[in-house]
Design a protein around this ligand. Structure first.
Ligand SMILES: [Mg+2]
Length: 365
């Protein structure tokens, strides 16, 4: 079975996250959740869906398909995922082991796993582990709200909707305190700063966050690949350190683990090579005794693929739901956790039906 067509589709979905909207990577106000869906067709009529990262960089990844990845992937074997992906990774190696080309390959890998499930009649989670879970806990990953009043309001709303655990993308003591005050002592509270501080500032802030009993402090240091500084921070204070969404491949995950830089590693399926590489990373982390909670600020095929992977993992792994309500979703309401749990689809492959009319309505590229 050969790959005959690859169609990347850039869509922007209006959303509400409970507060004023922040700037995206380009500095423009982010009014839509942008996503890059990828449809992979074969000569035997089986079609797979994938997704590639993402955010303000969707157009760049779209160009990576058009200019490089699609031409080299057409005609490849859609069934031999491992062989095809190894070959494609080798072809783009000169462009770097992280970034747009790897994101584009990730989308193809996810689509090929969807195809494998459709051929075998099995859901992705069963392809990975016969003893997978039927539903997985999802934590509410709140978008940056910047002000304590919004942090309180949205934390409270998430609790009411049944979420057990909450992550903030805040950077101040006032905002973290606002969330803990609303949550009370029981729920897990995590803080993600998206690589904000020098190692010295990170230590200072970690000490300031100590009273709020954080389950982890995520990406405190810039740049994210200063594993040595992360390891030192981890040794210098008691809050567990999480990182990994900016890792581009399995070997990056291996390196951050071997550097003893993290308590929790967070590889992202649609950034670091798809289900194939993510699953490899999860197995390596398990051997090393490092917890994995995959990164997934997504609502499309990549989100559902991540839910399948989490279902196939150890008992306590969490899925990250990027907490917002979309105006419309091409996958329907299956993307939303209910009472803090994601139902794991049981149809073949990803078990999704993409409503292409909704895709067309919001499509930009
Ligand atoms: Mg993060």
């Amino acid at each position: 079975m050969k790959i005959t067509r690859i169609e990347p589709m850039l869509i922007g979905l209006p959303y509400d996250h409970g507060g004023p909207k922040s700037a995206d990577l380009t500095g423009a106000i982010r009014n839509t959740m942008d996503a890059l869906y990828v449809k992979v067709e074969t000569d035997e009529g089986v079609t797979g869906w994938g997704e590639a990262f993402g955010f303000g960089g969707c157009a760049l990844t779209h160009a990576a398909y058009e200019r490089l990845v699609t031409p080299i992937a057409l005609g490849k074997d859609a069934v031999d995922i491992e062989g095809t992906m190894a070959d494609l990774h080798k072809r783009v190696v000169n462009l770097g082991r992280n970034g747009a080309a790897i994101f584009a390959l990730s989308g193809i890998d996810v689509a090929l796993w969807d195809i494998r499930g459709k051929i075998t009649g099995k859901p992705l989670h069963k392809l990975l582990n016969a003893n997978s879970r039927a539903s997985v806990p999802a934590y509410a990953s709140l978008l940056r709200l910047n002000e304590p009043q919004y942090v309180s309001k949205v934390s409270e709303q998430a609790l009411k909707r049944g979420y057990k655990d909450i992550k903030l993308h805040e950077r101040t003591v006032d905002c973290v305190k606002a969330a803990r005050d609303v949550l009370g002592p029981a729920p897990k509270l995590m803080v993600d700063t998206n690589c904000q501080w020098t190692p010295e500032m990170a230590l200072e802030m970690a000490k300031a966050f100590e009273p709020f009993d954080l389950a982890w402090l995520e990406e405190p240091i810039n740049p994210p690949d200063d594993y040595k500084a992360l390891a030192a921070l981890r040794r210098a204070q008691p809050i567990p350190i999480a990182a990994g969404e900016n890792l581009g491949n399995f070997f990056d995950v291996r390196n951050i683990i071997d550097a003893r830089a993290v308590d929790v590693v967070q590889p992202d399926a649609v950034k670091m090579g798809g289900v194939t590489e993510l699953w490899k990373a999860i197995r390596y982390a398990r051997e090393a005794g490092v917890r994995v909670d995959p990164h997934s600020p997504l609502y499309g095929p990549g989100w559902i693929a991540t839910v399948h992977v989490v279902a196939a993992m150890a008992q306590d792994a969490l899925a990250e739901f990027y907490y917002a309500d979309l105006e419309q979703s091409p996958l329907g309401d299956m993307i939303y956790p209910q009472n803090g749990f994601m139902h794991v689809p049981d149809g073949p492959g990803l078990g999704i039906d993409v409503d292409e009319k909704i895709v067309a309505k919001y499509r930009r590229m």
